[in-house]
Design a protein around this ligand. Structure first.
Ligand code: SF4
Length: 478
């Protein structure tokens, strides 16, 4: 393929400087009539990695491709357009993506018209794009997180003008509405409420790859929730890296609470939101959760560490005591609330005593579930330059001790549901066993259950007959 040399490349230094400046968001409408009809008779396959924001971006790309005449396939070898929708949070996952992109070169050798695309967070890093340019000629199109709306035009350039196209913006500040979408589930739907993050935790690459916080307008979000309700969706999941900061960039005083209440008033049966940041919580948000039955009483509240000194070096903006005060206040106001969290062990120079603070915090909070990781440095982040005197063996051993504790509390919490009836949103047949349904309860418990046909996309009363650490079994009562 002929190469276009004027690439638009990412610049992490520019992204870093942006942290000191105010970004004013611009709002634009995507024009469906601008979509080129280039997909007739062609198939696409999207491989998505990472968080729900990426899943939602994958749904937007699928919607655009559908509108251009492409059809989806679940066999990557028969796809004319093969898309790697990547995640930059963990270095090891990035290496896996490079391995997989290396492996699909064989398709290109068989059919030079096959188009390989890399998008998502990884291309927002200079080192990634440099590596693609040097070592992966099979990749035809690279774009980032800020210009997803340009995907149809960029794909057209690759297909019709036979160019290699690399376009990654380092600026951001645009919110584009009216982008097409192909939802990947029919019971629940992801709704972006904001993009980016201003927190700059020292271990995290997200503020560099997704930019500063930009909120969608409340009326656009509520309209989307209403449309989803009309289509029969039972649950919406409001998405942002830091949802509690929603509306700050729009000058709203308590924007997230206002948004939550406006969404609750649509009467969609269930509302959840990810991810919360302990620093930005307001009492009014907790009160809204308590007062509106369709806001689910399950909360993902990442703590990362139970030690104040480590939290300070992570730049999390709260102390152990502040987190515990918030946690206890929520429990007092909403006794039935369930909590999940994120935890990092082995942050640079974490001492045994500091790690024990994390274990004691877990004893206090008794989480229903947690995502726990050994710290892994991300190049380009401040923590990657910190000295670290903790060996890999010690970190591994700490993770094991933490995971044993987490599994103990997960199991303990689940025991109380044995013999109880839970309301479960049925998402369809379980992937592991087609004879049983799977879904999530209001408490966000994964429930596998038996029942008559026709329960898909319905909220079903399920009696719990067995409990495990990370799931429950049951039978439908109706
Ligand atoms: S809050 Fe911290 S960890 Fe979460 S996305 Fe923002 S910078 Fe990353």
């Amino acid at each position: 393929m002929k190469e276009k040399k004027e690439y638009l490349l990412p610049n992490q230094n520019e992204a870093r400087k942006r942290s000191l400046t105010q970004v004013d968001s611009e709002y634009d409408m995507f024009s469906l009539s601008s979509l080129p009809s280039i997909g007739n008779g062609k198939k696409y396959y999207i491989r998505t990695y990472g968080c729900q924001a990426n899943v939602r971006d994958g749904e937007t790309m699928a919607g655009m491709l559908d509108c251009m005449g492409f059809v989806t396939t679940d066999k990557e070898e028969e796809a004319d357009v093969l898309i790697f929708n990547t995640c930059a949070v963990r270095q090891a996952a990035e290496e896996r993506v490079f391995g997989e992109i290396g492996a699909v070169k064989k398709y290109k050798n068989q059919d030079e018209n096959k188009i390989i695309v890399m998008c998502g967070c990884m291309p927002q890093e200079e080192v990634v794009v440099e590596r693609i340019l040097k070592h992966y000629p099979q990749v035809d199109l690279v774009f980032g997180t800020h210009n997803i709306y340009r995907f149809p035009e960029l794909l057209r350039q690759v297909m019709e003008e036979k160019k290699r196209v690399i376009e990654v913006y380092s600026e951001e500040g645009r919110v584009i509405e009216n982008l097409p979408v192909r939802r990947s589930t029919s019971a629940k739907a992801f709704v972006n409420i904001m993009y980016g993050c201003n927190k700059f935790c020292t271990y995290c690459i997200v503020p560099y790859t997704r930019g500063k916080e930009r909120s969608r307008k409340i009326e656009d979000i509520v309209q989307e929730v209403n449309e989803l309700k009309e289509k029969g969706y039972q649950e919406v999941i409001l998405l942002g890296q830091n949802v509690n900061a929603y509306g700050k960039d729009l000058g709203m005083e308590d924007g997230f609470t206002d948004l939550l209440i406006a969404c609750a008033k649509t009467d969609i049966p269930r509302i959840r939101f990810y991810t919360s940041h302990p620093r930005d919580y307001s009492v009014s948000t907790i009160e809204a959760m308590k007062n509106y039955p369709n806001i689910m009483k399950s909360l993902h509240l990442p703590v990362q560490s139970g030690n104040t000194e480590v939290l300070k070096r992570m730049n999390r903006g709260y102390t152990r005591e502040m987190y515990l005060d918030l946690f206890d206040d929520m429990k007092k106001r909403i006794p039935e609330i369930t909590f999940t969290t994120d935890l990092i062990v082995g942050f640079p120079n974490e001492t045994e005593e500091q790690f024990l603070d994390t274990l004691s915090l877990v004893d206090h909070c008794q989480y229903d579930m947690a995502y726990s990781f050994v710290y892994s440095p991300r190049s380009g982040t401040p923590a990657a330059n910190m000295e670290d005197n903790v060996s890999a063996e010690v970190k591994k051993e700490r993770l094991q001790r933490l995971n044993e504790k987490l599994a103990y509390y997960a199991n303990l919490n689940n025991q109380k549901y044995l013999g109880k009836t839970l309301k479960v949103l049925c998402e369809g047949a379980s992937k592991k066993n087609k004879q049983v349904y799977t879904g999530y309860s209001e408490e966000n418990k994964l429930v596998n259950f038996t029942g008559p046909s026709g329960l898909e996309n319905k909220i079903v009363e399920v009696e719990i007959t067995a409990v495990h650490s990370f799931s429950l079994d049951g039978k439908a009562l109706s």
